[in-house]
Design a protein around this ligand. Structure first.
Ligand code: NDP
Length: 245
């Protein structure tokens, strides 16, 4: 396998939050990093400028995950620009919470398109470019194992789908020497979790009494992307400050 410094990575939803932390971490580890975003163009451009100023190679691609063709094109553009693809981090996700009676099918379909279908489409496209040693990481959620609160059924379902898809694809990709693993963060301080009142409500439920930081999640993703993690596949690894404990 190639030395780590030559790895080429694509992170979906890399303009903010956990995805942005993963972009920065993979770049710091020496990878050329492409990432997608849907609306945060200024933030995306600022990240590219930051990584290039540090001597790295970076590429921001506007690609709405709800649009399968846009995701496929982002994979192709990454491989063309950097000359291959070694690591895919399927991170882009949305959270639409609503009580059962009020959950529209439109929102259901959007949740599924962004959180599940786009992950499958991205993996399908990326795997075609990957050689032995390829690494695929999905960002699921601890909600796959514990919803915790009303209104989160559909979100939890999408993350449960990611966990089971990861197990299934480990069987498809194993013979090719490509690993796929699912990182399941617990409550993490990002724009997805912006409300201070919610933080105070969550903290007593965490063994560590605090929310996670995007960098902490990025550290686990970086491990799974590394050569050292070659024997880990099909796993859902929870990183939740003891929310499940
Ligand atoms: P943020 O809302 O902070 O960031 C989401 C990122 O995904 C942004 O870069 C955003 O881009 C991008 N994105 C959103 N929708 C789309 C779309 N349709 N197409 C392309 N990109 C899109 O979320 P987090 O960083 O918190 O979440 C990242 C992942 O981690 C998600 O899968 C989430 O479900 C999961 N997670 C988060 C937890 C938390 O507590 N924060 C806990 C467990 C899991 P743009 O800026 O352009 O909108």
């Amino acid at each position: 396998s190639q030395p780590h410094s030559t790895k080429i990575a694509l992170v979906t939803g890399g303009s903010r939050g956990i995805g942005a932390a993963i972009v920065r971490r993979l770049a710091a580890d020496g990878a050329a990093v492409a990432f997608t975003y849907s609306s945060s163009e200024h933030k995306a451009k600022a990240i590219v400028a930051e990584l290039e100023a540090a001597g790295g190679r970076a590429l921001a691609i506007r690609a709405d995950s709800a649009d399968a063709k846009a995701v496929q094109d982002a994979v192709a553009l990454t491989a063309e620009t950097f000359g291959g693809l070694d690591i895919l981090v399927s991170n882009a996700g949305i959270l639409i919470l609503n009580p059962l009676d009020d959950y529209s099918l439109e929102d259901f379909d959007r949740m599924f398109a962004v959180n599940v279908r786009a992950a499958f489409v991205g993996i399908q496209a990326a795997a075609r470019h990957m050689k032995e040693g390829g690494r695929i990481i999905t960002i699921g959620s601890v909600t796959a194992d514990r919803s915790g609160f009303p209104t989160s059924a559909v979100y939890s379902m999408t993350k449960g789908a990611i966990a089971s898809m990861t197990r299934g694809l480990a069987r498809d990709l194993g013979p090719r020497g490509i690993t796929i693993n699912n990182v399941q963060p617990g409550p993490t301080a990002t724009d997805m979790n912006p409300n201070e009142d919610d933080h105070e409500r969550l903290k007593p439920l965490m063994a560590l009494g605090r929310l996670g930081e995007d960098r902490e999640i990025a550290g686990l993703a970086a491990y799974l992307a590394s050569a050292e993690a070659a024997f880990v596949t099909g796993a859902s690894l929870t990183i939740d400050g003891g929310y499940l404990a």
